[in-house]
Write a protein that binds this ligand. Structure first.
Ligand code: DGL
Length: 269
């Protein structure tokens, strides 16, 4: 069956693109909840309900495995959804676990107590919803001892990127990085914990100290998916990629082209 990729809007296309590059024969269905974007400034209850609705739509489209490409949805909804809602052999995976595996070099199946991983501090750049959920820090500390996470809610950055306002986006990256560095002057690692931030990765690199290791999600998530499919081959199916949206398909297809630099055709969900 096709693998579903869910996002609040267009940002998850960065994750889908990397997944398709690594799994060119795999069938995917992308669902962007453009009618309700952005999630990053919504309440937890709103994000939870919208995420359930989006995942349900992908299940209806025949996807038994859904990736929550949206960090805000992963942070706020994934845990509850897995524990209290999911049933019947379906799987929903988020984007934090691959980052944490990469940071700690520990496999997710390894449930032994937290260890010293050599990681002392991490900067997390993300939406307000992701930062205030504390989910990334909680999951990381489940595996790594004595690690400090400093989060910076990058208010305004998603909107600037979506509007194609390069100068505005770069100024916001500079400002948010400067704010974080006041608390944590030399982060050992920085997580770009939002679907949109790979598009301004170079600006983050320029603004952060050269010694900071920067983790950008799409490739890390795609590598983790390749590994997951090796272990769970029942989700593998050959096919193409289709695109669904809760918004106006013509308008969303046009915005997607601006966002990714090539044309895509969305259908109404
Ligand atoms: N997809 C969201 C995320 O990764 C960013 C856009 C939004 O706020 O909806 O957190």
């Amino acid at each position: 069956m096709a693998i579903g990729v869910f996002d609040s809007g267009l940002g998850g296309l960065t994750v889908l693109k990397a997944a398709v590059e690594k799994l060119p024969d795999q069938a995917f269905v992308y669902y962007g909840d453009n009618a309700n974007t952005p999630y990053g400034s919504k309440t937890d209850a709103e994000i939870y309900d919208l995420t359930i609705a989006g995942v349900t739509r992908l299940f209806e489209a025949g996807c038994d495995l859904v990736i929550l490409a949206c960090n805000s949805a992963s942070a706020v909804a994934l845990h509850d959804l897995q524990v209290n809602w999911l049933s019947g052999g379906k799987r929903v995976l988020g984007v934090f676990v691959p980052m944490i595996e990469e940071l700690t070099r520990r496999d997710w199946g390894d449930n032994s107590p937290p260890t010293h991983t050599g990681l002392q501090n991490v900067a997390l750049f993300a939406t307000p919803a992701t930062v205030s959920s504390g989910a990334f820090e909680r999951e990381l500390k489940f595996r790594a001892r004595d690690v400090e996470v400093v989060g910076e809610a990058c208010v305004g950055l998603v909107a600037a990127i979506e509007e194609g306002d390069t100068l505005g986006a770069e100024a916001l990256v500079d400002a948010h990085v400067a704010t974080l560095l006041e608390t944590l002057p030399a982060p050992q690692a920085a997580v770009l914990g939002c679907t949109h931030y790979p598009l301004v990765e170079e600006r983050f690199r320029a603004a952060l100290p050269a010694s900071t290791r920067i983790l950008v999600q799409p490739d890390i998530v795609a590598d983790s998916l390749v590994d997951y499919l090796r272990r769970h081959p029942r989700f593998v199916e050959r096919g193409g990629v289709s695109y669904l949206t809760s918004g106006d398909p013509v308008e969303v297809s046009r915005s997607a082209e601006r966002f990714l630099g090539h044309s895509l055709t969305f259908s109404a969900a």
